[in-house]
Write a protein that binds this ligand. Sequence first.
Ligand code: URA
Length: 242
Amino acid sequence: MIRVDRFLGTMGAGSRSDIKKYIKAGRVSLEKDGQRRAISDPSEKIPEDSVIIFDGRELRYEEYQYFLLNKPAGVLTAVSDRTRTTVLDLVKGEGIRTDIVPVGRLDMDTEGLLFLTNDGALVHKLESPASGIEKEYEAVLDREVSDEMKARMIREFASGLEVIESDKGGDAFVARPAKLTFPGSDSRLARVILTEGRYHQVKRMFLTEGYTVVKLKRLREGSILLPDDLAEGCFKKVEKMV
Ligand code: URA
């Protein structure tokens, strides 16, 4: 059995001192067998088959939670930071567990699909290079790409590109075969599907070919697409991932 103050803290109801105040103010009650009573002791253990009511709303305990975020550019993939907005600043509130973490990372200037969960086993699985889960990105390049260059890049991405060392850190490596397409009439617009996630990988793959990525967005991870109706900075709770 879990203490009521811990339960409320984990489920995003507020800080420890907020929760103490809420309990003192009679805003938290417990309902069991159809009977509701106010909680006065923050250390009280919540009995089985009971529900906690906070400000008149039922707060359910969920062991694992899963979220999809449409990360905007300018937001840091981290749990906390002293000065910068993090993805956790965007995914929080009452009913959202405070122990969720981002799965993998997107660069500060990269947008799009990011998973968050407190399911450690799943985080481990998804972050493991062995998982081979596909990640699809849309990249805008700094200039037009000729048909000849497109064909060469598609071939080189598919056969395992030797990616150059990064001046921001990160050794040279041979990328796993990746699928590159140029889907529209604008030749600067590329789509790439990777099965790994090395440091700045997409940007470095294009840099190896002589192009700078000026905008990058993740569109898909495994079978999960970035939902069309999920605006930038918004998130969605889901039952499962990948
Ligand atoms: N590749 C990159 O270069 N950056 C990202 O954020 C993700 C993939």
